[in-house]
Write a protein that binds this ligand. Sequence first.
Ligand SMILES: [Zn+2]
Length: 416
Amino acid sequence: MAVGLPQEAQSILVEEMVLNGEWNGTYIQAFLPNEIVEQILLHDIPRDSGSDVPTWRYTENGEFSLKSAYELLNEVSHPSQSHPLWKKIWKIPAMQRVRSFFWLVGHGRLLTNMERHRRHMTAVSGCQICGGDGESVTHVLRDCPYARDVWSTFLENEEDEKFFSPDMTSWMMHYLSGKRVNLDPSLFAVVCWLLWKNRNTFVFEEKLAAASQIQGAARRIHHQIVEALKRDPMTRGEHMSGEWRSVGWEFPPAGWSCINTDGSVALSSQSATAGGVVRHDHGRFLGAFVMNLGGGTITRAELMGIRQGLQRAWDLGVRKAVLRSDSKSAVELIASATTSSPHFQLVSQVRRLINQEWEVRVEHTYREGNVVADYLASTGYNLPVGVHMISVPNPMLQHWLLFDLVGSVTPRFIYQ
Ligand SMILES: [Zn+2]
């Protein structure tokens, strides 16, 4: 995922980059695209204690250069996996998304207002739900009066204070270990995850669910997990053969654009959606779309998303594109020569689009590398049936675009 650094920027030194101990965003902005500036601002300025001159350990002479910072940003981080908490996180009996969420929590990667404020991304550092000071991870997941309200139903009174006092790591260790009868690791994890999701919906879309709705949703999801575990002990995370890998969005090669698409089907309501996003090589947003398909199978939804994604990219003037879908079967259908598939017509249309005068590669990606398209598809259920074009990202979409841009990776267990 290496990205190129403009020639004129390669010899810039720390004095020019830092103003009063903080990144000088305005200065950096003068010669780098905005999305790259955001990546840089997300990283702390390294400081050498005992000296008021910042030094930089990633070059041989200790002099900071933008080039070395850039190379650092391009590394995929492989954090220490020795703390017992990681083992707990990987074995959370819940959906992969919930484990990914805890992985972000454990790495301090959750962009709470305190974190965003520290990184000069927002003027607000407090909690927008209760109006309290300092929206930290602990506040969102536990100490906010709103979160306390949600937890109250799962706690027995005498243990309340024990629940609300430990530091974040001990708190997660304790409750992911299943020390509570009424609050097993899966329920605990699901409640935390829902609290964060709900916080985002409030911050970005100004909708706040009642505490009882979060409680109900948590119990429903927990029930489904318990049932799934009875059927398939594999999901318990035991007896698995394979390895953990960090998966994230990958920048397309220089000069290429990336199309990510996703399809989704709601089991309960017989409805289907698709979504997709087109980005240029540095991650620059070109356009997106959301479709409410009314109904249909998951493979059809995936293929409809792929067809629309190709069309949208073509219309945007893209002539070199990597298309990434997290549907293995859709990708295989496009690559195969079969004429017997029920989706033959749709596949033929996709192939016709690919065979226009441009270069297109079709690749499979994991869901963790496809979060923007995944988010877009999930919004389709609330829209009228049809195709909805997006030219300007709303705050929630910006949040997910930034998630990819800063090189966020989440762990995924790859079966072997
Ligand atoms: Zn609060």
